[in-house]
Design a protein around this ligand. Sequence first.
Ligand SMILES: [Cu+2]
Length: 324
Amino acid sequence: MAPSLRSFFYLLATFQAVTAASWNATCTSKSQRKAWNDMTATEKTAYIDAELCLMARPAQAGITGAQNRWDELDWAHIAQSNIIHNVGAFLPWHRYFMRVHEYLLQSECGYEGGQPYWNEVLDMDNLTASVVFDPDTGFGGEGSDCVTDGPFTNLTLHMNSSSTSADYCLTRSFNSNGFQTGAQTYLDECFNTTTYVDAFECYQVNPHTAGHSAVGGTMLDVVGSPGEPLFFLHHSNLDRLWWQWQQANLTARLTEMGGRNVPLTSYLEQNGMESPSSSVLDYDGDDGNATTLNHNLWMVGIMPNATIREVMDLGGDLVCAEYV
Ligand SMILES: [Cu+2]
């Protein structure tokens, strides 16, 4: 994004009523990100209400077909799914995405808490009994045509990889077996990797896939999964795992980046994705097919773009959060 446009968005953001968060200011008060199972009923209600608020707020970013803020967030992921998965930017982009979502809840929907996470490893032995699926204090349960209970009953989504005017229901179909690569032994294997490249590959393949498989339905859509509200709890948990890995050697890992910018051909084919074009890759901030701290993280006009450098420190000025 051009510097002038960036400062325009910055100015716009400063004019919004901001209570629990500020944008691009100095981080003074970190968002407290709690596990869903550690939150009070009041805190859970506040979060769910703020999510429903985003779904009801009119679109603002000028994205074709987007009817509300929720659609816009979904589109940010859909539009660039072939440059944010299976690449070095996978973890940083999703960290930034969590922050943008959290910030919208705080700045536009009066939410005062931090982005919750789903501590998935606690639920390995009994997925369907997880507190996150509670219809009264959670996100509701399954539904093969539409989710049938909880706050997101009959939630209608509008964006997918081939259309910005689709109308389809949020669906879920639980899969306990698919959840098992989120177990502690897999987390340990990832935690024990010694380079960022090994870490991101490990976290993506095992704990990341686990949460998507476990919930199923919309969550299993590699491209359109942010239509599922649990996406943000799952990816915050993944982000927490990356932060744990960073903290194991923080001095080095606050700046350790790497990996490719173009997904493997096998990955693209497996997920029906096109190879990213030079019109995108030429502007990603890197010189070649290696991800660096200069890499751009695009947010399709919802919020200003950022660089990987700016999101490396979870408690830095841009993300300004901590997992508690
Ligand atoms: Cu993703």
